[in-house]
Write a protein that binds this ligand. Structure first.
Ligand code: UDP
Ligand code: MG
Length: 309
């Protein structure tokens, strides 16, 4: 098998037929004879899975994995990775924001000896100001606080070698941040640039709550900085409180000109309370992920599939 293309699907009925046509044209242009398109239906509420099944009747290359509910984009891609048989594996969004034709360029880089070729977004159009801003800030923040160099302005659109896939499959974490994991694995990695267009049809499946969870997964899996920050803030505030204590004792016992310090009391109580809650929250984020890994539940439940694994 030369190529597996992994496509996570969440309410993409408007795009599936066009996408399949583009993918089919792509493999013909590339003159591939052995390939597969793995569609993972991540609990869509529309007719996505019926469309995929319909296409599968005429195209033998189509595999589908139908989840029992919505497990999230990263897990959908993981299921695709688990079932991929190709020597090279491409991950692509279903909404045509990632042009399939770029895979040709990625393949050329793979032929030069790279094990990972990811697509870097030069420009993004048709996305909301908030989305662009949060993405920009988040990726740069993450890059600053992680020890692993995770490329900025890239999504999961990429081609990876079988070698990388086999390692990825052995990484057991439940909270997936695939682009980070792939960066962590190493080997020779490079990128091709492209202009990201707007989604062809339908609406984004990434709500703000999903984006926040995803961002926290990225941070907690690849950085201890927030925990350190909590500790540092604790020390800073305590040091400050200690100086204040000396001052208070001085005015109370020696100089004697103290006032009813309501304002300062309330401020320090609120401030300390805030710092403590933030610190607890940060610890909680890490702890809940630790808990998920200990419970070790299956990552996803398959309702129906035509892959034989
Ligand atoms: N997706 C998914 N599960 C989800 C949300 C999204 O499988 O819970 C898929 C979606 O169908 C698409 C890809 O993940 O193929 C990227 O999602 P989307 O285009 O909605 O994200 P955006 O491009 O807005 O960041
Ligand atoms: Mg999209």
């Amino acid at each position: 098998m030369q190529l597996s293309i992994i496509i996570p699907i969440y309410n993409e009925e408007a795009n599936i037929v066009t996408l399949h046509r583009r993918l089919d044209a792509l493999v013909k242009t590339m003159k591939l004879s052995e390939y597969e398109f793995i569609f993972i239906n991540d609990g869509s509420r529309d007719r996505s899975i019926q469309l995929v099944k319909g296409l599968a009747e005429t195209d033998k290359a189509i595999k589908y994995i139908d989840f029992s509910r919505n497990f999230g984009h990263q897990i959908a891609v993981t299921a695709g990775l688990d079932h991929a048989k190709g020597n090279r594996i491409a991950i692509i969004d279903a909404d045509l924001q990632d042009p399939p034709e770029l895979i040709i360029e990625m393949f050329a880089k793979m032929d030069e000896g790279f094990e990972v070729v990811y697509a870097k977004r030069r420009r993004r159009s048709g996305e909301s100001f908030m989305k662009l801003l949060t993405a920009k800030v988040f990726y740069r923040l993450l890059a600053r606080i992680t020890s692993v160099e995770i490329p900025v302005d890239t999504g999961d659109f990429r081609v990876i070698d079988r070698k990388v896939l086999e390692i990825l499959k052995k990484m057991p974490e439940q909270n997936k941040y695939l682009r980070g994991q792939i960066a962590w694995i190493g080997f020779r990695q490079t990128y091709v640039e492209y202009d990201r267009s707007e989604r062809a049809g339908g609406q984004t499946g990434y709500t703000y709550s999903k984006m926040i969870r995803f961002a926290l997964d990225g941070i907690t899996s690849f950085s201890d900085f927030p925990l350190k920050m909590a500790t540092m803030a604790g020390f800073t505030v305590s040091g400050f409180a200690f100086l204040l204590l000396l001052y208070v004792l001085y005015t109370r016992l020696i100089s004697g000109d103290y006032v009813e310090g309501w304002a300062s009391t309330i401020i320090s109580v609120l401030f300390l309370g805030g710092i403590q809650l933030i610190s607890l929250g940060i610890i909680g984020e890490y702890l809940s992920r630790l808990g998920a890994n200990i419970r070790n539940r299956p990552l996803y439940i398959v309702n129906e599939t035509n892959t034989d694994k």
